[in-house]
Design a protein around this ligand. Structure first.
Ligand SMILES: [Zn+2]
Length: 351
């Protein structure tokens, strides 16, 4: 537990969070959500819980969409005070069903990063394919696929999470084409044909829903065409993914200034040429999926804080306690090699 987390526990929530809020007045905090469900599922936000968070942000902070934040900074030469940005990744339909009505009710803007091939229903998101495959059985046989070995076992309870994570991690280590081949081979070894149509529980938003939300203050940002790890693609593939998603959004939703989100968003999903391509594509900024001491300092590598169903994590993220903890650890380290992405602590898994 970080020093500031300890301070919060000691001072009590109000004292600790208020202290952090004052210290972080000029530092926007960008929150990251993925999925919503009612009743709540582990790691996902329920509508009741999300409403509490949105109400709290509206009352105590200054909510922006990410593109709204970048426009404010461009127009005023500085960041707004107490800015908090709600961002949601991928483009699942549950956002429209559960989160959007709450954002509208409180008039709170947000940014939704969409994978455009998913919206076009040309593909479903590959981690969902792994989930779907594992959900077809209660156990998994011993598997050997290229360099990937898995001992067989039950898929009940926490073993399911371990198998899911092993397969996701291995997939992330592969170049994009090999990853798709691996998943196809995995499906055939497990004896299942992956449905070509996206199953309802993994369904994307429609263009009409995106248009309606865009007209109500939700920024629709870019998140590539096919959701590859951009750490495993060539420069020309990166251009296709980043410009392709920009062109799809502008063609179907009209030209708007937008921001971008790196899929998976961990240090290993990054290459040095990416911020330049994202900037050249006209996006006003871009976000990672982990927090560290740099916060929102680099507009094309702005850090994000996990949010979802854990209220302690939410208050730590929104108040700035988490950011201050990273700053303090960064300062104590006093290292000259605190380069971009180096020194990142315990990346949080996020797809
Ligand atoms: Zn994503």
């Amino acid at each position: 537990m970080g020093v500031f987390s300890k301070a919060v526990r000691k001072l009590g929530p109000l004292g600790g969070y208020g202290f952090a809020r004052a210290l972080c007045k000029k530092e926007p905090r960008i929150l990251m959500y993925h999925r919503f469900a009612s009743p709540s599922v582990k790691g996902w936000a329920s509508p009741e819980y999300f409403e509490q968070q949105v109400r709290y942000i509206k009352k105590n902070y200054n909510p922006f969409s990410l593109v709204g934040l970048m426009q404010y900074q461009r127009d005023n030469g500085k960041m707004p005070n107490h800015a908090v940005i709600i961002t949601v990744d991928d483009g699942y339909r549950d956002f429209y069903e559960y989160a959007f009505p709450i954002l509208k009710k409180y008039d709170v803007p947000a940014t939704l990063f969409v994978t455009t091939g998913f919206i076009a229903q040309d593909l479903w998101l590959w981690p969902d394919k792994i989930t779907w495959l594992l959900k077809q059985s209660t156990s998994i046989p011993e598997l050997s696929l290229g360099n990937f070995f898995l001992s067989g076992g039950s898929l009940e309870g926490s073993s399911y999470d371990k198998y899911w994570q092993r397969i996701v991690d291995y997939s992330l280590s592969l170049p994009d084409q090999e990853k798709h081949q691996f998943l196809a081979d995995l499906a055939s070894l497990l004896g299942h044909d992956l449905p070509s149509r996206i199953p309802a529980e993994y369904a994307p938003l429609t263009l009409d829903e995106l248009k309606e939300m865009q007209n109500s203050g939700i920024e629709i940002g870019g998140h590539t065409v096919t959701h590859p790890s951009l750490g495993r693609v060539t420069e020309s593939q990166a251009y296709d993914e980043i410009l392709g998603c920009r062109d799809y959004l502008n063609e179907h939703l009209g030209y708007h200034e937008r921001t971008f989100c790196y899929p998976n968003g961990q240090p290993s999903d990054f290459q040095q040429f990416l911020p330049r391509i994202v900037r050249e594509a006209g996006f006003l900024g871009a976000v990672t999926a982990f927090p560290d001491s740099k916060g929102a300092r680099d507009p094309y590598l702005m850090r994000r804080h996990v949010s979802g169903d854990n209220s302690f994590q939410f208050y730590k993220a929104v108040s700035g306690v988490e950011l201050l903890g990273h700053k303090l650890r960064g300062a104590v380290r006093l290292s000259g090699n605190f380069e971009e992405f180096a020194g990142t602590e315990q990346p949080t898994k996020s797809l």
